[in-house]
Structure formats: C-alpha cells, structure tokens
Design a binder for this molecule. Structure first.
Ligand code: NAG
Ligand code: NAG
Ligand code: NAG
Ligand code: NAG
Ligand code: NAG
Ligand code: NAG
Ligand code: NAG
Ligand code: NAG
Length: 482
C-alpha cells in the first residue's frame, strides 16, 4: 500500500521553512496565546509532553507544533503522534477535546491533529468563525457525532480529512459547496447513506477517500469532471451496482483505485486498460463477473493488483508488467494452469496469492527470478505437486506460507524455516516425516491431513493442527504407545 502521508510532506516542509524565517521575530499576539492555552487546558492527558513548551508568557510562535506567518500571527497547529501498531500502544497520544477558543486565532488556517488517538468531542465548530480556514486534518482520533450539515460554509477549504474517527450519519450534501477542495478524506468512520451528488462539483480533487464506512447505494456515475483525481478509495463499504462508466474519464492521472470489499456486480470495464498511470488496483471481494479485459495487457506499470474473491473466469489476459510487487487473484474461477510468466520474472515481488487458481505445476520446477523479498505466498487449493523446500530455502523474509489442499510431497523434517516465518499451512497434502521442534516458534501452524508420523514436540497449537495424519502422537493428540 502507498503511504498517503507522503502527500503531506511537501506542504509540511514548506511550513517548517517558513517557520524558520519567522523564528527571530517578536512574541506572539495575546489572542493567539490565549486561544492556544485554552486548547492546552482542554487536553486532559499528554503522556509524551507534546505541549510542554506551551507556556504562558513565552513566544507561542516557538511552541511545539505552532507555525506563525503574517505579522507573527499563528497560522497552523501541527501535532502528530504515532499510529498504534497493535503490538504496542504508542504513548505519543493526546486526550481531551478541541477548545472552541481556537476561534481567537484569527489567522489560523490549518489544523493538523494526526494520530493522536484520543482527541474526542464533535466536529470542531471553531472553524466556522474563521472564514479563511483551508486545511483540516484531524486523522486517527475519536471525534464523533455527525459531520455538520453546514460544512459547505467552509468554502475556502483546500483539504478536509477526518479519516479514522467515529463520525456517523450521512455525508452532508452541502459538501458540494467546497469547490476548492483538493483532498477529501472521510474514510474509517461510521458514515451511512449514499454518496451525495454534490461531490461531483469538487472538480479540483486529487484525492477522494470514503473507504471503510457503511455507505451504500450505487457509486454515482459522475466522474467526468474529475480531471486531476489521482487517488480514489471507495473500498470497504456496501456499494452495489456496476463500476460506473464515467470513471473512464480518470484514465490519464489516476494512480490508485480501490473499490474492494463492496457488493459490486457486472464486468471489469475494458477502459481500465487505458489507465497508464495506474499502479494500484483493488477490486477484491465483490461479485464482479466475466473475463479480465485483454486491455489489461497495457497496464505495464501496475505493481499492486488485487482481483481476489470475485466470480471472474478464464482466459486471464497476457500481461506485460515488468515488476509486479503484490498480486492476488485468489478465489475466482480461473484455471491458470501455471504461475504466470510476468509473476515468475518479477524482480521485486513480495506478495503472491494464487489460491484456487487451477495451478497444476511441480513446485520444484518453478524458478522465480527473485524470492528474496517474499513475505506472503499463498498457493492453497491448487493441484501443485513436488516440494517447497527449494523455495523456502531461498526466502529471507517470508512471514506466511499457505499451501493447503495441494499434492505436495516432501519430508517436513528437512525444511529449513526462514527465521521470519509465522504462519504455515500445509494441511491436506502428502507431507511425510515427523514434526520438527522448530515449528514451536510459529504463530499459526496447520499440518493436518498429511502422512506425518512420530511424537509431537511441545507446542501451543490445538489438536486440529495435527489431526488426520498417519501416526502422529503426543499432546495435544493422544499419547504415543510405548
Ligand atoms: C514514550 O515511549 C518512548 C519509547 O517507547 C520512551 O522513550 C519515552 O520515555 C516515553 N515517554 C513517556 C512520557 O512515557
Ligand atoms: C510496533 O511497535 C513496536 C514498538 O514500538 C515495534 O517493536 C514493532 O516492530 C512495531 N510493529 C510493526 C508491525 O510495525
Ligand atoms: C511497549 O513499549 C513500552 C515502552 O513504551 C515497553 O515498556 C513495553 O515493553 C512495550 N511492549 C511491547 C509488547 O513491545
Ligand atoms: C478549482 O481551483 C481553481 C483555482 O485554483 C478555481 O478557480 C476553481 O473554482 C476551483 N474549482 C473547481 C470546481 O474547478
Ligand atoms: C494497448 O494500447 C494500444 C495503444 O493505445 C492499443 O492499440 C492496443 O489495442 C491496446 N492493447 C490491448 C490488448 O488492448
Ligand atoms: C539451501 O541453500 C543453501 C545455500 O544457498 C544450499 O547449500 C542448500 O543446498 C539449499 N538446500 C536446499 C534443500 O535446497
Ligand atoms: C525425513 O528426514 C529425516 C531427517 O532427514 C529422516 O530421519 C527420516 O527418515 C525422513 N522420513 C521419511 C519418511 O523419509
Ligand atoms: C487445519 O486445517 C483443517 C483442514 O483444512 C481444518 O479443519 C482445521 O480447522 C485447521 N486447524 C487450524 C488450527 O487451523
């Protein structure tokens, strides 16, 4: 996946640069100081002391996260934390609410509160009293309630992102008044209803993301005026109907199209083959049917393609892509026969998922030109024979290897597991030998329904990981006979 935060960097660098220019100027305006101190007093927890420099009587233009421009007035607040990555809770959080007193900052035109985790309350109403407000980026926090129906009054807005909060209710139709918007990011909330028709008026958008909400209805056929759109993310909603024809108008610039995890039907449109700038296409988990268009031959620059979990049929088109990085064609109705040449020859591939693709090869005969970067390989539910020993021996960073439901025949005792391996599923194959101690360190293991034998090493895995073998014994299976 592409990091979208990279889009912010040029802007941020500019801010830092301008901040340096003003560094030697006099102290800040009393209104700015008062407004910022009110913001600070609305913060109830600041474990990393992000606001330690925010002290009454000192130059607020030098406070952490504060940018001053015109006549030493505060123009932007930029506070950012680290995203919680699941294994560890970041302590760069802020809890509390956004003080309405920020309206005292008459020159403020941007607020960036990114990944602070626990900023709560409703949409910040103070922006309505600042008619020149341009940038709202309040991402990955806990704002809730509805996006105000009068949001369309913020007509100077250049960017509106409240991605990753708890907003619910509909997208207000007045959003169509925000015709200067270049970025609209409402993803990762709990928004319902349909996409308002007014969004078609936002002809300056370069990025439109409504992903991971509960939006429904058809995707409106209104894209003909979006000549600058580079990123379109509508995945993980409940959209129905076909992929609209007007998306073809995005052919010259669109780099990133995500429509996965919806209820879309009909064919994959031919015109997508004309999207020369496209590097990421995700149409997975829909009900798309028919063949993949032969025009996909022209998608030579695509590096991230996910068409998995649809109803697509043969023949799969010839592709000429030079460096696919991530491919998922799993769970369609393909009978590919072999792993496509453009996959085998990719110098940079790291994720390959071809489950249930009708592949009938001997795995030892597959000679990918690069295996070093692989982190996931899923070849489940095919008719693959032979042994993965050579393949596994050539990977350095493999995290998951899934090959259940094939005809792999090899001695499990001889496998050299990559140190990074966490997930291994070899169930329903013809694997022989015994279960080596080395598997105990994996996160998930399934070697059920093979021809394994012997005493199991001590592991945390359940019996269902080992059932259906010839003569495995010992916990969690019944004890070995002495
Ligand atoms: C936050 O975490 C970092 C490293 O995880 C640590 O160095 C720092 O002291 C912590 N800060 C506080 C205020 O707990
Ligand atoms: C999550 O954060 C911890 C501690 O900061 C780090 O060790 C770990 O590698 C991170 N995991 C991922 C998947 O980024
Ligand atoms: C998470 O980070 C804290 C320090 O911020 C550290 O003490 C703790 O061991 C870490 N936990 C994990 C699971 O990495
Ligand atoms: C787009 O931006 C231009 C100038 O930046 C502006 O004149 C125009 O009104 C904006 N809106 C649309 C819908 O093009
Ligand atoms: C690829 O693009 C060229 C030029 O636009 C076109 O002539 C050709 O038919 C396309 N190939 C396919 C398979 O659609
Ligand atoms: C694994 O790789 C090493 C060194 O690259 C080689 O010596 C060894 O024969 C390989 N083993 C298998 C089973 O391919
Ligand atoms: C599997 O390999 C181990 C060690 O290389 C060997 O001892 C064992 O006999 C082999 N098992 C079978 C069934 O070939
Ligand atoms: C292992 O695979 C079998 C057959 O595919 C399945 O029934 C079982 O639930 C799986 N067990 C685990 C722990 O994944």
């Amino acid at each position: 996946m592409i990091s979208q935060s990279s889009l912010l960097i040029p802007l941020f660098v500019t801010i830092l640069f301008l901040q340096c220019l003003t560094a030697s100027a006099a102290t800040c305006h009393p209104d700015d100081e008062a407004g910022l101190l009110a913001f600070k007093s609305g913060i109830t927890a600041d474990p990393s002391n992000m606001l330690a420099t925010w002290k009454k009587g000192t130059d607020c233009c030098k406070w952490n996260g504060i940018t001053c421009l015109v006549d030493n007035r505060v123009t932007a607040i930029y506070l950012t934390g680290q995203i919680n990555n699941g294994t560890n809770r970041s302590n760069t959080t802020l809890s509390g609410t956004i003080s309405p007193s920020l309206s005292k900052l008459k020159y403020l035109d941007g607020i960036y509160l990114l990944n602070l985790g626990s900023i709560s309350g409703s949409f910040p109403e103070f922006v309505f009293s600042l008619p020149n407000f341009k940038f709202i980026y309040i991402e990955n926090n806990k704002l809730s309630g509805q996006i105000p129906v009068n949001v369309g009054k913020l007509t100077k807005l250049d960017a509106l992102s409240v991605e990753g909060n708890l907003f619910s209710g509909p997208i207000p139709s007045s959003i169509g008044e925000l015709t200067q918007l270049t970025q609209l990011k409402l993803g990762g909330n709990r928004l319902t209803g349909t996409i308002p028709a007014g969004i078609q008026r936002l002809g300056n958008l370069t990025l439109l993301s409504l992903k991971s909400n509960q939006l429904s209805g058809e995707i409106p056929d209104f894209f003909s005026g979006f000549s600058d759109l580079r990123i379109l993310e509508l995945s993980r909603n409940k959209f129905t109907g076909k992929i609209p024809g007007s998306i073809s108008a995005l052919a010259t610039k669109l780099g990133y199209l995500e429509l996965g995890h919806n209820l879309l039907t009909g064919p994959i449109p031919d015109f997508l083959g004309k999207f020369h700038a496209l590097d990421t296409l995700d149409l997975s988990w829909n009900k798309l049917s028919g063949t993949v268009p032969t025009s996909f031959a022209n998608l030579t620059k695509i590096f991230n393609l996910d068409l998995s979990h649809n109803l697509l049929i043969d023949p799969f088109p010839k592709m000429y892509v030079k460096g696919i990085e991530s491919l998922d064609l799993s769970n369609n109705r393909f009978h590919l026969g072999k792993i496509p040449d453009w996959v085998t020859s990719s110098p940079i591939i790291y994720s390959l998922k071809l489950a249930k693709c009708g592949i009938k090869i001997k795995l030892d005969d597959w000679n990918p030109s690069e295996t070093y970067f692989y982190d996931y390989i899923d070849l489940s539910e095919n008719e693959i024979t032979g042994s993965p020993l050579k393949l596994l021996n050539r990977t350095e960073y493999l995290v998951g290897f899934y090959a259940s439901g094939n005809k792999l025949k090899f001695n499990l005792s001889s496998v050299k597991f990559p140190k990074t391996l966490k997930y291994l599923d070899l169930s329903r194959n013809l694997v022989i030998g015994n279960v080596p101690k080395a598997i105990a360190g994996l996160g998930n293991l399934n070697v059920s329904y093979n021809h394994l034998c012997g005493k199991l090493p001590a592991t945390k895995f359940p019996a269902s990981s080992f059932l259906g073998n010839d003569c495995l014994c010992g916990s969690p299976l019944p004890p070995c006979k002495v």
